[in-house]
Design a protein around this ligand. Structure first.
Ligand SMILES: Cc1cc2nc3c(=O)[nH]c(=O)nc-3n(C[C@H](O)[C@H](O)[C@H](O)COP(=O)(O)OP(=O)(O)OC[C@H]3O[C@@H](n4cnc5c(N)ncnc54)[C@H](O)[C@@H]3O)c2cc1C
Length: 447
C-alpha cells in the first residue's frame, strides 16, 4: 500500500474559499537544519500546540512547523465547524464509563471555554458563536431509549443532565423545525470558522516570535528516524531537520510516518456541503443540529452560518456500502460520485419546516479525511515506547470539541518532560485519551 501522506491537490472547501496570506508561506527559503521542536501538521492540533508552547514562555523555544500542503488544509478546513458532545455519544458511554461520562462532558465544555477565550484574547475574526444545539431523533424507538437513559441519569444525579434539556414528540417539530422529529435534546455548543481560527492564531504567533517560530508549508515529511545520541531526524525532500523533540499533529495521516499506528488510526473520507437560500430565511436558525435518521441512515450535522447559509455534512449511508470509497482512504482530491453528493440537493427543503420555498441551492460540496480509532478516542501524549516524540491524533469526528486542551497537555509534557498523567490531572484530560502500548495492543486484539 502506498504511504499515507496528504495528497497534493485537495478539493477546496467552503471554509477554504477565503485563503489566508500565509497559505503557502515559508518563513525561510531554506528548511532549517536544526531546532528545539518540530511540529508536524498545521491543523487545529499543530497550531494550538505551538500556541501553548509559546504562551507565557520567557525563553521561547525555536520551533519549526512543517506542513505537507497549504497551511491548515486538512480536516480542520473541511469539517462541520462546530464543537459539542452529542447526547447519543455521551449516553453510549454509560455502560463503560458510568459517572465518568461527566468527566468527558466537562472536558468538552472546557474546550469550548478555551476556544472562546483565545478568540477574545487574540481578537480572532472567525464568526465564533456560543450556541445551543439540537440532538434530534427521527426514529421513535431511539427517542424512547434515550429518554429512559436520560431519566435514569437525572435521577442518579449525573452532572451531564443538568445542562441538557429534553423536548418531547408533541412539541419537537415546532421547536426544532425538523420534519418528522420524534424528540430532541438541547445541549451546549459553539461554532466558528476553524480555518480562520487556526490561520489567524498562527499569524499572531509568527508576528510575536519572528526569530524563533518558523513555518514551512508544502513540505511533506516522509519519515522520522533517530540518531544514536537521541536526536530525531525529520526527513523531507527539501532536507533534514535535526531536533530533540517532535510533535506529531498529523491526525488521519499519522500511520504514514509512525507505521506502528497502521490500523490503529485509520484514515476515512467524509463529506460536507454549503447550502445557500436565494434570500435569507427568517427566523434565522440559531442552533446547530445533529439529526439522527436512525441506524440505517446515520447522523447528519448542521451548522447555520451567521449570513443565513448552512454547512451540513454526513450522509454516510449514501456511500457506506462502497467501503473502498471511504475506509482507509486518504484522498481528498476527488469527490464521491455525483449521485452521493446529490444527497445535499433540496436537503433544507426536505427536512426543515419553513424552508420549502427557500430556493436553497448547493453552493459547494467537498470531502475531508478523518482519523478514526476503534475505541473512538484520540491518542494523546508520548508516542508509546519512543523518546523525544509526542502525539495528538485520531480525533475521529470530533476534533473541534477535543483538541484544544489535549494540545495544552501535550505542550506541557514537551515543555516540562512530565508524564501524561500529570498533565491530564492538572487539565482534566480524560485518562482514556492516553497513548499507550497497552491500548494499542488492546485495539489490535479487538479488546
Ligand atoms: C467532513 C468532516 C466533518 C467534520 N465535522 C466536525 C465537526 O463538525 N466538529 C468536530 O469537532 N469535528 C469535525 N470533524 C473532525 C475534525 O475536523 C478533526 O478531528 C480535526 O480537524 C483534526 O484536526 P488535526 O489538526 O488533528 O488534523 P488536520 O486538520 O487534518 O491537520 C493535520 C495536518 O497534518 C498534515 N500532515 C499530515 N501528515 C503529514 C506529513 N507526513 N508531513 C507534513 N504534514 C503532514 C496534514 O496535511 C494536515 O494539514 C470533521 C471532519 C471531517 C473530515
Amino acid at each position: 500500500m502506498r504511504q499515507i501522506l496528504p495528497v497534493p491537490d485537495p478539493i477546496t472547501s467552503y471554509w477554504l474559499s477565503e485563503p489566508h496570506d500565509l497559505s503557502n508561506f515559508r518563513s525561510t527559503p531554506k528548511l532549517p537544519t536544526e531546532c528545539d521542536i518540530v511540529i508536524i501538521g498545521s491543523g487545529m492540533a499543530g497550531i494550538t500546540v505551538a500556541y501553548h508552547l509559546l504562551q507565557d514562555n520567557e525563553s521561547p523555544p525555536h520551533i519549526v512547523i512543517v506542513e505537507a500542503r497549504q497551511l491548515c488544509s486538512g480536516a480542520t478546513a473541511r469539517n462541520g465547524g462546530h464543537a459539542k458532545i452529542k447526547t447519543n455519544t455521551l449516553t453510549s458511554l454509560i455502560p463503560s464509563l458510568g459517572k465518568d461520562i461527566d468527566v468527558l462532558q466537562s472536558y468538552v465544555h472546557g474546550v469550548m471555554d478555551g476556544l472562546k477565550q483565545i478568540v477574545e484574547e487574540e481578537e480572532l475574526n472567525c464568526e465564533f458563536e456560543l450556541r445551543r444545539s439540537f440532538d434530534v431523533q427521527l426514529v421513535r424507538e431511539d427517542s424512547q431509549r434515550l429518554k429512559k437513559i436520560y431519566d435514569e441519569s437525572r435521577k442518579a444525579g449525573h452532572k451531564w443532565t443538568k445542562n441538557t434539556a429534553y423536548i418531547e414528540e408533541r412539541f419537537v417539530e415546532q421547536v426544532t423545525s425538523i420534519k418528522g422529529a420524534t424528540s430532541a435534546f438541547i445541549v451546549p455548543a459553539c461554532s466558528f470558522w476553524p480555518y480562520k481560527f487556526v490561520t489567524q492564531l498562527l499569524a499572531r504567533l509568527l508576528s510575536r516570535h519572528p526569530d524563533t517560530l518558523n513555518l514551512q508549508t508544502t513540505t511533506p515529511i516522509t519519515s522520522v528516524t533517530s540518531t544514536k545520541d537521541g536526536f530525531n531526524l525529520v526527513h523531507t525532500e527539501r532536507g533534514i531537520i535535526k531536533t530533540p523533540k517532535v510533535v506529531f499533529a498529523t491526525n488521519a495521516y499519522t500511520a504514514g510516518i509512525l507505521p506502528q499506528f497502521k490500523d490503529i488510526i485509520t484514515p476515512v473520507r467524509g463529506m460536507a456541503s454549503h447550502i445557500v437560500p436565494s434570500l435569507p430565511v427568517h427566523p434565522h436558525l440559531s442552533n446547530t443540529y445533529n439529526i439522527d435518521f436512525g441506524l440505517e441512515k446515520g447522523v447528519d450535522y448542521l451548522n447555520p452560518r451567521p449570513d443565513g447559509g448552512i454547512v451540513v455534512g454526513g450522509g454516510k449511508w449514501m456511500f457506506i456500502k462502497d467501503r473502498n470509497s471511504w475506509y482507509n482512504n486518504f484522498d481528498d482530491s476527488v469527490r464521491f460520485p455525483l449521485e452521493v453528493h446529490e444527497y445535499w440537493r433540496s436537503y433544507m427543503q426536505r427536512n426543515f419546516l419553513g424552508w420549502e420555498d427557500s430556493k436553497a441551492e448547493i453552493e459547494s460540496t467537498w470531502v475531508g479525511i478523518m482519523g478514526i480509532t476503534k475505541d473512538e478516542w484520540p491518542f494523546v501524549g508520548r508516542v508509546p515506547g519512543e523518546k523525544g516524540r509526542w502525539m495528538l491524533a485520531g480525533f475521529n469526528g470530533g476534533g473541534m470539541a477535543m483538541i484544544l486542551t489535549a494540545a495544552k497537555a501535550v505542550a506541557k509534557m514537551v515543555r516540562t518532560d512530565c508524564e501524561f498523567e500529570d498533565a491530564a490531572k492538572e487539565l482534566g484530560v480524560p485518562v482514556f485519551f492516553r497513548a499507550s502500548e497497552d491500548r494499542m495492543k488492546g485495539l489490535r486484539d479487538g479488546r
